[in-house]
Unconditional design. Structure first.
Lengths: 74, 388, 177
């Protein structure tokens, strides 16, 4: 239990420290990131459909960007 | 390996209850922390699609529709309707039964609530076909940190499926839990990375009541034999993704390159790797072209076999659980329409996508030919999107 | 038995890592951001404008000035535009001026959108992001109100429907002074 708490605190400190090292992109510099071609899911209707097509035919499932229609069915 | 299905099921449920507790505590922490507001409601939009799949003797087509509208400043509601009309003469079907037609309808509704830097979503999905009913309730929380440079995602779903058999009084259940975690991080003005994790735990009747395994001394001399599956399945998937923007002669952000990788494993011993590359480019202010490649590889479930020489506790011959790999190559074209050209919308797009996927099985034999099975399929999408 | 315990401890370890990462991120995020301080004189700047000439902030001393930082790719900014336009048209004649500082990489996009939205107030082009940097803008949109002596008296981050009423109150208050 104590080991878990120590690890958790160490983790927090490390992450707080690391977070400050990450490059700082200002809100007024986000133009490119706002573009549809930089999105992980530009058109959810299309991503959900294609994920479903593969899900139904493959053994693997999960950890995709779209979360719609989880019915892999049999 | 799997002790008792009920014990695993109980253990999984207890783990989830504890994790939900922790997630709840974290959410409360978030709600209280002030930070520059960056998270917004999803955009209002409507999409209408026609989809078509043809391969391996199976044709599946139908419409799909998605509508999303914000109500006030903090609420957004969405609805999705999806239909699969299936015409199946697949290798499984033609070797054990006769070709069939079926229709699957899926309806989902969702509500998103914006509070401070968090977006909470609740969704209900209901899918129905003649011999299968699936209902899922999902909960998701997205939280922005550092003015939106970091986004955290938590998700939890519970699904209940009822498995039936056409023209028979057969009814079995499946209970499913999904737990999702995700993190997206802005690394530069033109680089975004993400990592996500999903754990899926199911118990119940997990096989297909129509499918048979094969029993005999060789594949060609084998006979159909009932499949038996374990009553539980627990899986974990971890995915990494990154998208990098590039400038072109005409635009500061003219092109993007994206890579996705997913590792999957489950308690049935299936191990899979998925790798995707996507390139998107503006060909003018109005045209976006996309090219994509996907590679998938999996190793078979421990109780899968092309044919069994002796009776085992668990026996499966579902090709989705076999050793196989697939390659797919696709393109998508999007034509953006501006407000001047449209009556009601601010913006709209017309899109067409075509993917060709080739499946190559190593330990699943096509008993019509005696050779390892393989097939190619075409996946077509035609859809219009409108923003208002 | 072993498989179950391994899965269990992997899961516990993952939960621990995730929780500590999240708490760490939350703690770092709670640090206050630098702001253009209320009560200090707003930094002066000169930018090319939609009026065809360069505009300098200090030339507006004696008037109540609202400086709004916006971009075409920022949805709340676009939503806010008609409201800002209304405020400008209403109070322009009694000593109020609204300067829309746009941060698009391409000023042409800003010009097109403001024409489309019927924007009447001057739009200034900060495509080099120098003014945004000087003002340490940490949210889009950002709205500052300066009194007649050029001192920052009010700052609002983001946009939500109804906040224009707050702006209006503050503008009237500063106009009375």
């Amino acid at each position: 239990m104590r080991k878990s708490i120590m690890l958790a605190v160490l983790g927090c400190v490390l992450v707080s420290g690391c977070a400050r090292l990450l490059p700082d992109v200002k809100p007024y510099e986000r133009e490119q990131l706002a573009d549809p071609i930089m999105s992980f899911s530009r058109d959810p209707i299309s991503d959900q459909y294609l994920d479903h097509v593969y899900d139904v035919r493959e053994g693997a499932r999960g950890a995709t960007v779209s979360q719609g229609g989880g019915c892999g069915c049999n | 390996m799997v002790v008792t299905e009920q014990a695993v099921g109980r253990l999984i449920r207890r783990r989830y209850i504890r994790t939900i507790h922790q997630a709840g505590v974290l959410f409360i922490l978030f709600a209280g922390v002030p930070a520059a507001r960056a998270v917004t409601l999803p955009e209002d939009r409507a999409d209408l699609m026609y989809h078509y799949y043809d391969g391996g003797g199976v044709t599946v087509s139908g419409p799909a529709m998605l509508v999303r509208k914000s109500v006030g400043d903090n609420v957004s509601v969405s609805g999705r309707y999806y239909v699969d009309t299936i015409s199946s003469a697949s290798v499984d079907v033609v070797t054990t039964a006769s070709p069939y037609r079926d229709k699957r309808e899926e309806l989902s509704v969702g509500v998103d609530l914006l509070h401070g830097n968090s977006l909470a979503s609740v969704s209900m999905i209901s899918s129905k076909e003649r011999d299968y009913q699936a209902d899922t309730l999902g909960l998701n929380v997205t939280h922005d940190l550092f003015g939106g440079l970091t986004t955290l995602d938590f998700g939890f779903s519970n699904g209940k499926d009822t498995v039936g058999k056409v023209n028979e009084t057969f009814q079995m259940d499946i209970n499913r839990y999904n737990f999702r975690l995700g993190l997206t991080q802005v690394l530069s003005r033109s680089l975004l990375v993400g990592i996500s994790f999903e754990d899926i735990a199911e118990d119940g009747y997990l096989n297909n009541p129509y499918r048979y395994a094969r029993f005999g001394n060789s594949i060609m001399s084998s006979v159909p034999y009932p499949e038996t599956y374990p009553g539980a399945r627990d899986s974990q998937a971890v995915a990494l993704r990154a998208v990098q923007g590039f400038s072109t002669a005409s635009r500061p952000l003219g092109m993007s390159a994206r890579m996705d990788y997913r590792y999957y494993r489950d308690t049935w011993d299936v191990r899979a790797n998925t790798l995707r590359f996507t390139l998107q480019r503006y060909f003018s202010d109005r045209w976006i072209g996309e090219a994509r490649y996907r590679y998938y590889q999996q190793s078979a479930a421990s109780f899968y076999s092309d044919y069994f020489t002796e009776v085992m506790t668990y026996m499966a011959r579902d090709k989705e659980l076999s050793t196989f790999h697939s390659h797919s190559l696709g393109v998508r074209f999007s034509w953006m329409l501006s407000k001047q050209q449209l009556p009601f919308f601010n913006k709209a797009s017309l899109n067409f996508a075509h993917d060709y996927v080739y499946f190559d099985y190593q330990d699943f034999t096509d008993i019509r030919t005696g050779q390892p099975y393989s097939f190619g399929a075409n996946i077509l999408q035609l859809y219009i999107s409108g923003w208002y | 038995m072993t498989e179950k315990n391994t899965v269990r401890s992997c899961w516990a370890m993952l939960r621990l890592v995730v929780c500590s990462v999240v708490i760490g991120l939350v703690v770092s995020g709670a640090a206050t951001a630098k702001v253009p301080a209320i009560g200090t004189v707003a930094p002066d700047f000169t930018l090319r404008s939609s009026l065809g000439k360069n505009l300098k902030l200090s030339e507006y001393r004696g008037q109540v000035v609202m400086v709004n930082f916006w971009a075409t790719w920022c949805a709340p900014c676009r939503q806010e535009m008609p409201e800002l336009n209304r405020l400008y048209e209403q109070y322009q004649r009694v000593g109020f001026v609204l300067l829309g500082v746009n941060v698009d990489d391409n000023p042409k996009a800003a010009q097109e959108l403001s024409a489309q939205l019927g924007v009447r107030f001057p739009v200034l082009f900060d495509s080099a992001k120098q003014v945004s940097g000087r003002y340490d803008i940490d949210a889009m949109p950002s709205t500052l109100l300066l009194d007649r002596s050029g001192t920052v008296r009010y700052l609002h981050r983001g946009y939500r429907r109804g906040v224009e009423k707050e702006y209006e109150e503050k503008i009237r208050e500063l106009l009375r002074q």
